[in-house]
Design a binder for this molecule. Structure first.
Ligand code: CP3
Length: 381
């Protein structure tokens, strides 16, 4: 963490993506009328836009495990680009997974189809935490290569040959540590929530380890060419406010510190987004942890999010994935309502309130993108 300068040829610093609709909204550049200030195109991308909803993804993934495909630069890059080509979204999100830093550090982990991340041995005691391996920076080589390949392709994939920004990401310390303690996905995350009270010292050591590997994973992606970074604290909504404040906040802040203020020669720094589900009661803390932009899930109306955070905070979200199968008229009304609810924030990037369900008809996603892009200069509702 020595420099805060992006390399000179970084797309954000060189100007390729600095004025992209996505980056403008993330930077809160809306005019006081609530309309996008510098570009008429309303930006949209989807969490899990790369993945099983796309037949071209299912074809490419045949015969390769999830984590092996993430570590194959050619494959990871191609999968990242697929939804940009198909849907015309305003951002690519790097195809990887929150457990990749564990794999790169040498922790035994697999992603079981239909289940999620499963560890060979859960991390539950002080001795387990002390035995966690060091993650060597050299291990990020396949990530750096995949990002570089992707960014080169993205440099002309936007409208009229413009560049599409790449978003890097990592798992937040709580969500990553939750998988490590439970050893597999769980509903209530009792393991990590018990550990932070029963043995705070071990919890803090584990969360600090997770913050370090996740922060460096995000930093590797931004330094290699990603123009923004999103920290996923998908399970933070299972925490009470006091627990978030006392046992998680500092660790998420530590993760963000690895990418804070990384700026190009033009002074533009990579926007940082913080997302979780069920996090309505802790949105302000998630912002204070180091986020420029708050990702909001489908449970909280965006106007209410702005009331809680103040109008200066750009928002991302929050189309309810359930509407994707509800039929077009119902979905269109919902999308317009989301746009209207977000209009009081300094910036708004459309997204889903959580990831694309695998059974989603991709044609519906493309139509949502077309609708959002068609609403440039007219009132949405
Ligand atoms: O398009 C994208 O959003 C990019 C890539 C991405 C993946 N995982 C690819 C993936 C991102 C940003 C993630 C993050 C991630 N991984 C999170 C945080 C976001 C969230 O959804 O809350 C979490 C909790 C994980 C852990 C994880 N990985 C789970 C729970 C699963 C699902 C398991 C299943 O099969 O249901 C995965 C696997 C995974 N990660 C897939 C993809 C495309 C599915 C793999 C497949 O094709 O079988």
């Amino acid at each position: 963490m020595t420099t805060t300068h992006l390399p000179p040829d970084h797309p954000l610093g060189s100007g390729l993506t600095a004025d992209a609709p996505l980056i403008n909204q993330y930077r809160g550049s809306r005019s006081s009328t609530g309309e996008p200030a510098r570009s008429g195109r309303r930006p949209v991308w989807f969490m899990r836009q790369a993945g099983r909803s796309l037949p071209e993804y299912r074809r490419l993934r045949e015969g390769t495990t999830m984590l092996d495909s993430c570590l194959n630069p050619e494959l990871a890059s191609e999968i990242t680009l697929q939804p940009v080509r198909r849907h015309g979204v305003d951002a690519a999100i790097f195809f990887s997974d929150i457990v990749i830093p564990l794999r790169l550090a040498g922790v035994g982990v697999e992603i079981k189809p239909g289940v999620g991340p499963v560890l060979d041995s859960p991390v539950r005691t002080a001795a387990d935490v002390a035995a966690l391996p060091e993650l060597d920076d050299a291990a990020f080589a396949p990530i750096t290569e995949a990002v570089q390949r992707t960014v080169a392709e993205l440099s002309t994939l936007g409208p009229e040959g413009s560049a599409v920004p790449l978003i890097g990401f990592a798992g937040a310390p709580f969500t990553l540590a939750a998988y490590m303690v439970e050893g597999r996905p769980s509903r209530d995350h009792l393991g990590p929530r018990a550990m932070m009270h029963a043995d705070p010292e071990t919890w803090n050591a584990l969360a600090a380890w997770a913050a370090d590997v996740s922060g460096r994973f995000m930093r590797a992606q931004v330094m290699a060419g990603a123009s923004a970074a999103q920290l996923f604290d998908s399970w933070a909504g299972s925490l009470g406010r006091a627990d978030y404040q006392n046992h998680v906040f500092e660790h998420s802040r530590a993760a963000f510190s690895h990418v804070a203020g990384l700026s190009g020669v033009n002074g533009v720094s990579a926007p940082l987004i913080h997302f979780g589900t069920g996090t309505g009661e802790i949105l302000d803390l998630m912002k204070d942890a180091g986020a420029d932009v708050l990702g909001v899930d489908y449970r909280l109306n965006l106007a209410e999010a702005t009331r809680r955070l103040g109008p200066g905070t750009p928002l991302q979200g929050n189309i309810d994935p359930a509407f994707l199968t509800a039929g077009w008229p119902v979905l269109e009304t919902h999308v317009r309502e989301v746009i209207a609810a977000g209009s009081g924030a300094a910036g708004h990037v459309l997204n889903l309130g959580h990831g694309v369900p695998p059974e989603t008809d991709p044609a519906v996603l493309t139509r949502v993108v077309e609708l959002i892009h068609s609403l440039d200069d007219e009132a949405a509702v």
